[in-house]
Design a protein around this ligand. Structure first.
Ligand SMILES: C[S@@+](CC[C@H](N)C(=O)[O-])C[C@H]1O[C@@H](n2cnc3c(N)ncnc32)[C@H](O)[C@@H]1O
Length: 209
């Protein structure tokens, strides 16, 4: 079993110490828009994205302890104060701690691909998840998904146009292999170095649906 290293960082939050839902304005000390990254890994994407958007509050979730630790260290190293890190299972955390209709953006980069056919039902992003997450986004909220895994990228790109309440921001394309201004995560960089292409999918919630 992996040893859990205690994280002592002002940016690390313990879910059970937050309200249900949490008062995020109180946590951050301001009323700025709230955004969420699911599966932040070592935090390179969220750190750069947060630096680009200093007036957005970011929550970075991962159930990987060492990743949370590295994310917190990165934030401290770069003096980034608009990110909080949580070690939790994302869906449970969202249900318990995020108010519905409160997220300006959700980012999911290179989620575990579960390549074996019999394991595909374990994938995080599927039509059910996309309908679930929509309830937590504000109207006009962004949903970003990236993967290096062809089958996952094609699947998400295929079912997204049928999801009510989302508009395709890359239309007429259903995905792109490059997205200007979107930072590359550690996994994206690793896969690109191996010659793989990244699938970028970007939708925005509409009023209806
Ligand atoms: C393949 S890694 C990608 C990390 C990072 N997004 C990147 O692109 O470099 C997937 C990450 O998602 C996390 N993860 C997967 N499912 C999760 C879930 N349901 N809740 C929280 N974290 C999750 C894993 O622990 C892992 O760190």
């Amino acid at each position: 079993m992996q040893r859990i290293i205690p994280i002592e960082s002002p940016f690390f939050l313990v879910p059970s110490e937050l309200g249900s839902p949490a008062d995020w304005s109180a946590v951050f000390g301001n009323d700025n828009p709230l955004a969420l990254e699911i599966g932040c890994g070592i935090g390179d994407f969220i750190a750069r994205t947060a630096l680009d958007h200093p007036t957005t509050n970011f929550i970075a979730i991962d159930y990987y302890n060492k990743g949370c630790l590295k994310t917190c260290s990165r934030l401290e190293r770069h003096g980034i104060t608009n990110v909080r890190v949580v070690r939790a299972e994302a869906r449970q955390f969202i249900v318990e701690r995020i108010p519905k209709g409160s997220l300006a953006a959700v980012y999911i980069n290179c989620p575990d691909p579960w390549p074996k056919k019999r394991h595909r039902k374990r994938r995080l992003v599927n039509p059910q998840f996309v309908r679930f997450i929509r309830d937590y986004l504000v109207p006009g909220g962004d949903f970003h998904f990236t993967t290096d895994f062809d089958d996952y990228g094609e699947d998400v790109a295929d079912f997204m146009p049928r999801q009510p309440g989302y508009a395709n921001m890359l239309a007429p394309d259903i995905f792109r292999h490059e997205l200007e201004g979107y930072h590359l995560s550690k996994y994206m960089q690793k896969f690109m170095a191996e010659g793989k292409q990244i699938y970028f999918v970007h939708y925005r919630t509409t009023m209806e649906g």
